[in-house]
Design a protein around this ligand. Structure first.
Ligand code: PLP
Length: 355
């Protein structure tokens, strides 16, 4: 029976991505071998890698002078690779949630890492806006979408120093002016592919400036030089990423995704605001288009578990809020159809009628 998949990540992928990857796992590109059994150095897989990089650049409109890499290690390894490669003396971080905080912690291992602002005191329910980016920092790091707390930076920030962004949970969800960023990274397991591959978009001219020695595997230049093939790349997730990129392009690219994502989010936030049982958890202007967090209103807190059970019976999957927020979180990534949001809204309305 069909489920409505609101998982926060790994999460829903386009049906085409799943089906085409299954097909390639059976027979990859007419080779008579499974995608899991072929050499990453075969001409068939090299063609997949080349097309994935090209389509990634095309869809995001990535200017000349940037490299796109597909690496292992998750976004969490980037918390360390970014300062390893770019922090000489001082870096600045905006602390907007658990992941931002983890990135900041790693940077402190490499030099001075200053927190320019934080919303920790309010359990990360908003994005701080009143801060100054130190002009002498090597870079400024932000997390554009805070998967756990459901806040999002909706505009590309103007920064006097290279802007570094963790876009794990909102890449491809809206148009981004890449030229404003020095480096963008993210785990693929939300809007792109199954877990196992991490994308990095890096402005080449920023590299090679730190004085420390960098281990070969952790040096971005290694992977640029070898086209993400220095060692064995995550072959199956990269193949799946290519299927998602083709799906995305055929539907009209990031501007169409943005239109759909705004529409889905507006429907669900409107119901959260209208329904007497529920309330949102974040500042309205910072509400995420990808992770929609809500809790029971104070007088209905006792209905929390009951609503969860009710929604589960209605085939909703993955709507439990992260333990640090509680309540509910509906992740509405690119591949989530509008019908899933409508089904959740109906469920909320039905539950309201019976209470
Ligand atoms: C915004 C953000 N950054 C980083 C991570 C960590 O990613 P990974 O598990 O790939 O290390 C996550 C995971 O959910 C995330 O949502």
């Amino acid at each position: 029976m069909k489920k409505y998949n609101f998982n926060a990540g790994p999460s829903i992928l386009p049906q085409e991505t799943v089906e085409n990857t299954i097909q390639a796992i059976r027979d990859f590109s007419g080779t008579g071998l499974s995608l899991m059994e072929v050499s990453h150095r075969s001409k068939e897989f090299q063609a997949v890698m080349d097309e994935t990089v090209a389509l990634f650049k095309e869809i995001l409109n990535i200017p000349e002078g940037y490299s796109v890499l597909f690496l292992g290690g998750g976004a969490s390894l980037q918390f360390c690779m970014v300062p390893y490669n770019l922090l000489e003396k001082k870096a600045a971080y905006l602390n907007t949630g658990t992941w931002a905080n983890k990135a900041l912690k790693e940077a402190k291992l490499f030099g001075e890492a200053v927190e320019v602002a934080s919303s920790k005191e309010a359990n990360y329910t908003y994005i701080p806006k009143d801060y100054t980016i130190p002009a002498d920092a090597d870079y400024f790091h932000i997390t554009t979408n805070n998967t756990i707390f459901g806040t999002e930076i909706h505009k590309d920030i103007d920064s006097p120093v290279p802007l570094i962004a963790d876009m794990s949970s909102d890449i491809f969800s809206r148009p981004v002016d890449i030229s404003k960023y020095g480096l963008i990274y993210g785990g693929a397991q939300k809007n792109l592919a199954p877990a196992g591959v991490t994308f990095v978009i890096v402005k080449d001219e920023l590299l090679g400036k730190v004085s420390r020695a960098i281990p070969t595997m952790l040096d971005y230049r290694t992977h640029i030089k070898d086209g993400s093939m220095f060692n064995t790349p995550p072959v199956v997730p990269i193949y799946a990423a290519l299927q998602t990129l083709k799906w995305l392009k055929a539907l009209g690219g990031v501007s169409e995704m943005y239109r759909r994502n705004k529409e889905k989010a507006a429907l669900l936030y409107a119901e959260i605001d209208r329904n007497k049982l529920f309330k949102g958890t974040t500042a309205v202007e910072d509400r995420s288009l990808m992770n929609i967090c809500f809790v029971m209103n104070d007088e209905y807190q006792h209905l929390n578990d009951e609503f969860y059970k009710f929604a589960t019976e209605k085939r909703m999957v993955g709507i439990k809020g992260h333990r640090s927020v509680g309540g509910f979180r509906a992740s509405t990534y690119n591949a989530l159809p509008k019908e899933a949001v409508e089904a959740l809204i109906e469920t909320m309305q039905e539950f309201e009628k019976s209470h």
